[in-house]
Design a protein around this ligand. Sequence first.
Ligand code: GDP
Ligand code: MG
Length: 615
Amino acid sequence: TDVSWIRNFSIIAHIDHGKSTLADRLLELTGTIGKGSHEAQMLDRLQVERERGITVKAQTATLVYNYQGIDYLLNLIDTPGHVDFSFEVSRSLAACQGVILLVDANQGVQAQTVANFFLAFSKNLTILPVMNKIDLKNADPESVGTQMKNIFEFEPKDILRISAKTGLNVESVLQSIVERIPPPKHCDITKPFRALLFDSWYDRYRGVIAVIAVIDGVIRSGDSISAKHTGKSYEIKDLGILRPNEVSLPCIQAGQVGYVVCNMRSSTEAKIGDTLFKKGLANVEEVASFRQSKPMVFAGVYPMDQSETPALRSALEKLTLNDSSVTVAKESSAALGQGWRLGFLGLLHMEVFNQRLEQEYGAEVIVTVPSVISILFKICWSLTNIRLHGEKNIKKYGATDIIVNNPAFFPDPSIIEQYFEPMVLGTIITPDIYMGPIMSLALDRRGIQVDSKNVDNSRVMMQFRFPLNEIAVDFYDALKSLSSGYASFDYEEDGFEESDIVKLHIMLNGEVVEELSTVVHTSKARKYGKEICLRLQETIPRQMFQVAIQAAVGGKVVARENVAALRKDVTAKCYGGDISRRMKLLKRQAEGKKRMKSIANIELPRDTFIKVLKR
Ligand code: GDP
Ligand code: MG
């Protein structure tokens, strides 16, 4: 009945502010892992994560910390650290009572810091402000303290100053967790078992491992449980806590965080945010409000060769077992054959997924131009007194709306009365000298400014409402290069807005290539068409014949470029030269060819479909 010795918390921070380093240090200090553990940053297990320095999948660990003679169980709930995954951050926070808000003492408050702060704040979590990297020569704790006061109203005296790298003051973080974060609330060990499922992954040998925060009761191996949203029942095969690897225990109880293995077949069955409970229990109260993650960015994935379809299918199955936020549907394309349409939370999510597909399964795939969803109304509704804001309202009129997640299926404009596109609220923090160029960029991307505020005497925070379409692909890169890397950006979903969008057809030698076509705002069709043509011109290697690249809207050509034909045999210049050089050249050509895909009789490198969209 007593949970006063348990603390459930998360670390939230802008990318690179030291979340993983601090997590490691906390694990070390509590003896959870050995000092200087060879596995640097235990909590970022996957290769992609290490390479990109981001945590994709939330991972959790239980630490035992002795404070004033009492052993406390501190459950560190790791959250993914990027804009695309803010939805997953919010799920992880549902299992916490408090967060450590980590801010780099040199970089100061960044866009993700702001977004994460408000996420935690809106969930009424206790927020411990911590300034990291105070060991840095150019750390500026005074002005970062001012920023934290101006934006979050933290008193400078309440802000811990640490170095996760050297370990300086990290002990004070553990003490503050015990002292300032409350133990789990509304837990009752005497009630029947009830828990929040907040993460899961797929283990090749054991199947789905679900991470839960137990709210009521006790759970043991052999117990029967049900899941509220799927309505399915399971028997517990194994359970325990994460340190951060699984440690099997006879039972876990109210207030604790741990894992369960039951006979769930895929992580789509383990619905994140679902409530698990003792089988047979009636009228179970949900632990957290349940919201399905909504993919926003879609792309087709095809094998290079149709003979590789089974291998790609099995690779996709395995990967999606581990990432239930990716949606998969079969799709076929005239040019690319049979493939799949995958839905992602955002573009980074997509890139990370593709990278994993290649790294972990060695699958060479073609990824088509990503598109964001758009919503079309077939019949003109009188929407005058309905503010379209969020999916809820769209669903209400669901009988006649169509959600299009693939430009290839964009219907004939004549049957469409209205178009809606998803919107986001974007937060940018930047040194004020870049305000002008950033403003121009935002306006160019159809952004509407909603707020602007001084962070300190040299930095500003600007907020804009953007169509997701305009920022999903390359906005972040553009922002970074405009501001020499100093501006930071984060966004959250913000409903749907009526819009004037058209399909931009791309044609190669007169043949429409659906896989290169995209949906754009009317005002952008010409400019964007021109850009895509130019990029295709750069990307398409010379062929034996001239290639005409055209962009068209509703049958009208808006842009055109050519790729000139190859003049002569590439080996000609070696003619008479030594044979090994000639062989090498032919071999290189053959290798190049292997990675080409023939479309409209034109040989295209397989990354064409993704490359052309990056501005
Ligand atoms: P994350 O993206 O928030 O998980 O950040 P990481 O923990 O991966 O840290 C990003 C970089 O900052 C790494 O190169 C760390 O070594 C470095 N770093 C983290 N904490 C400190 C610190 O206290 N002092 C210094 N000098 N560097 C740090
Ligand atoms: Mg990290």
